[in-house]
Structure formats: structure tokens, C-alpha cells
Design a protein around this ligand. Structure first.
Ligand code: APR
Length: 232
């Protein structure tokens, strides 16, 4: 079975009403990125950060997967599909994708702030249990924190993502500006004979030397075009 790896960014969720990152000059949902998406922001003001992520979680409940998420999931009928996403939302999973690697963490998970990767202290939040109270502690007595990879932190899923990309027959990038590393470098791990596509309505910093076929459309339209190219 042919293997397709999708590398997705904020653009795949844009048509679900989730804001992308670089459209508003360093603001994320009207909050300065260095306060809410950087490990220093957490050390400086964990309560502010906790409240911001509580807000994002509540907001996520009002958003639905769009056609692009659903078509990516549908491709599993004919292909081995792996999604490597920079997004922290759960729209790929809710659309039915069964293999999703979250490079930058997951909004619906919290963890110990002393040992982020200790799975025994990971807690999945649900629609009815969304809010982390200010000052709420993990089992080791440290503050519970969002399971998010902030600027200044390692990317634990990177090796797994590299493994997936380097064994793909087809790699499709959807809706990322190629501005944030190491995610932006993943495409370079594709096999020389892999087919490469990039779906984005705007000019991005994608490398031009790799023979990528650019589909300059929004994710939902671009995915429909890709389905035809994949003879689906
Ligand atoms: N369909 C497809 N692509 C779109 C759409 C759409 N409807 N709307 C916008 N885009 C594209 C933009 O043209 C841009 O290239 O999505 C991309 C979004 O880029 P960014 O906002 O930079 O988001 P992303 O690349 O996912 O950011 C990477 O930066 O702040 C960090 O951790 C955060 O994961 C995030 C990382």
C-alpha cells in the first residue's frame, strides 16, 4: 500500500475558523506570542498562560473539522496515511484520521510542569472537563501545564516524524508558512523519488529546489484537487 504523509499547519484548520499564527504580527488570538507560546512566558506568569489555554480549549469545542481534514482521513481507505501536524487542535482526529503525530503538542492534554514527558502524569481533558483551575497541581506537586511544545522547548516527536517522512511515497504539505524549525525542515527528509505537493493559497518559504508541485489553493479546494491527482 502506498504511503502518504501529510505535514499540516495552521492553514488546514483556517477554514474551520481557527486563526493562523502569522497573520497578525506576532499575536495569537490577540495575545503576545512571547507570553503564551514561549517557555519564558510560562515561568513569568503561569496563571495568565493557564487561562489563555483554558480559553483556547473552550473555543475549540465550537469548531468543526472541515472538508480538508475529512478528505485526508478518507484517503485511509486506499493508502497508508500518517498526519504530522504542527497544530494543537484535535480536528484531524475528529475528522477520522487514525494516525496523527502532534509535533507541537495537544491542546486537550495537560502534564506535569516538572516532567512534561512523564506519561503517567498526562491527563486527557474532555468536553465536560476542559478547565484547569488556577494553581491546580500534578501528581508530583508541580503545576499542571498545557501539553504544548513552546518556543525554547525540545520537540519530542521529531524523530518519529522524520521516520514517517523518510518512508513516504507521497508527502503533502498543507497550510504552513515553513517559518518554524524543526518542522519546516521535515520535507528535506523525503525520499528522492517521493512525490511532493504543497497546498497553500499564499507564497510560503517552502524550498523551491525539491521539485514540489504547488497547488495554490485553500486547503479544502486544494485537497479536492489532490484527491483527483491520487485517482481517488
Ligand atoms: N488553506 C491553506 N492554507 C492556508 C489557508 C487555507 N484556508 N489560510 C491560510 N493558509 C496558510 C498561510 O498562507 C500560511 O502559509 O497557512 C499558513 C499558516 O502559517 P502560520 O500562521 O505561520 O502557521 P504554521 O506554519 O502552522 O505555524 C507553525 O508556529 O507559532 C508556531 O507552534 C506554532 O505550530 C505553529 C508554528
Amino acid at each position: 500500500m502506498k504511503k502518504i504523509v501529510f505535514l499540516t499547519g495552521a492553514g488546514v484548520s483556517a477554514e474551520s475558523g481557527i486563526k493562523t499564527f502569522r497573520s497578525d504580527d506576532g499575536l495569537w488570538e490577540n495575545h503576545p506570542v512571547e507570553k503564551v507560546a514561549d517557555i519564558c512566558g510560562w515561568y513569568e506568569n503561569p496563571l495568565y498562560v493557564n487561562q489563555f489555554y483554558n480559553m483556547l480549549r473552550s473555543q475549540l469545542q465550537t469548531k468543526q473539522p472541515n472538508l480538508a481534514h475529512r478528505l485526508i482521513a478518507q484517503l485511509e481507505e486506499k493508502f497508508d496515511v500518517v498526519v504530522v501536524t504542527q497544530n494543537v487542535d484535535n480536528l484531524h482526529e475528529r475528522a477520522g484520521s487514525s494516525s496523527v503525530i502532534h509535533l507541537h503538542g495537544e491542546l486537550m492534554k495537560v502534564c506535569s510542569s516538572k516532567d512534561k514527558e512523564d506519561v503517567l502524569q498526562h491527563r486527557e481533558l474532555t468536553e465536560n472537563d476542559l478547565i484547569v483551575k488556577d494553581g491546580e497541581l500534578s501528581a508530583d506537586g508541580s503545576l499542571l501545564r498545557p501539553y504544548i511544545v513552546w518556543f525554547g522547548e525540545p520537540v519530542p516527536m521529531l524523530d518519529k516524524a522524520i521516520e514517517e517522512v523518510s518512508s513516504a511515497d507521497v508527502v503533502v504539505v498543507v497550510g504552513t508558512s515553513f517559518k518554524v524549525y524543526p518542522a519546516a525542515g521535515l520535507i528535506h527528509y523525503a525520499r528522492k523519488d517521493a512525490q511532493l505537493f504543497c497546498i497553500d493559497p499564499n507564497q510560503t518559504s517552502a524550498p523551491t529546489s525539491l521539485g514540489i508541485t504547488f497547488i495554490k489553493k485553500k486547503a479544502t479546494e486544494g485537497m479536492q484537487e489532490l484527491m483527483k491527482l491520487m485517482k481517488f
